[in-house]
Design a protein around this ligand. Structure first.
Ligand SMILES: [Ca+2]
Ligand SMILES: [Ca+2]
Length: 233
């Protein structure tokens, strides 16, 4: 097992162990932005310091989903490796509506940055394939902490569903450093429903950079839970 795969497995186990406790206290970036048109850049302020499910920002009204809390201490950036921005689109990426996409072969990155004294936790996000297409063997998807890959799919390519479906990913990554999602398709994979929450630093252990016994034990709890769920079915 490669290091990246092990870390991905560990984080999946942690996400399973955390269960539903984290999902209710979150901001979800739904890319509900008004007014906006296909191909427009995602406004840089979208997702910054969210305190309400609907907020005016300059010429825009921003919509979000929430649980019991928001993320006033997290800012969001949208970047690509060129001058072409991360863009908005309405429909056609699987069953997702209002999404972010990039026409850059070398990819786009969405960065979640917590204020000092806070951690950001990336719970989940969705990817959808353009029109009815399912995209197999997509390798260019990374979740990074402070620029270093924690989950990558080079050794374990993913499938992104299109048509009347989409694919969901649950990294469960927490850090006081910036946490980012990078993907390159080009253009035929859109991202939506980026679900994250914040917490004070030190409330929970940091995301491990190397597997440690305690983490492996937690992973074991996740596997045990999975086995339990399977037995229940
Ligand atoms: Ca959406
Ligand atoms: Ca921003």
């Amino acid at each position: 097992m490669t290091r990246s795969k092990l870390l991905a497995a560990v984080s999946m186990g942690a996400a399973l162990a955390a269960g539903a406790a984290s999902s209710g206290n979150a901001t979800v970036l739904t890319f509900d932005i008004d007014p906006i048109a296909n191909n427009d850049a995602i406004p840089d302020a979208y997702g910054d310091r969210v305190t309400n499910s609907s907020a005016a920002s300059g010429a825009f009204t921003f919509g979000y989903l929430e649980g019991v809390g928001f993320t006033p201490n997290v800012t969001v950036e949208y970047t690509t490796d060129t001058t072409v921005p991360v863009q908005w689109w309405d429909t056609g990426y699987g069953d997702l509506v209002n999404i972010a996409w990039s026409n850059q072969h070398i990819g786009a990155t969405i960065i979640l940055t917590p204020d000092a004294g806070f951690e950001v936790v990336l719970n989940s996000f969705d990817l959808g394939g353009w029109m009815g297409d399912q995209h197999d063997n997509l390798t260019e998807l990374f979740v990074r902490v402070d620029g270093s890959p924690v989950i990558d799919y080079l050794d374990n390519p993913i499938t992104v569903l299109g048509g009347s479906a989409h694919s969901s990913f649950t990294p469960g990554i927490a850090s006081s450093d910036p946490v980012s999602i990078s993907w390159a398709s080009p253009w035929f994979v859109g991202i939506d429903n980026i679900d994250f929450h914040q917490r004070a630093s030190g409330d929970s252990p940091q995301t491990p950079q190397v597997p440690e016994p305690a983490t492996l034990a937690l992973f074991g709890v996740g596997l045990a839970g999975l086995g339990w769920v399977r037995r229940r079915r």
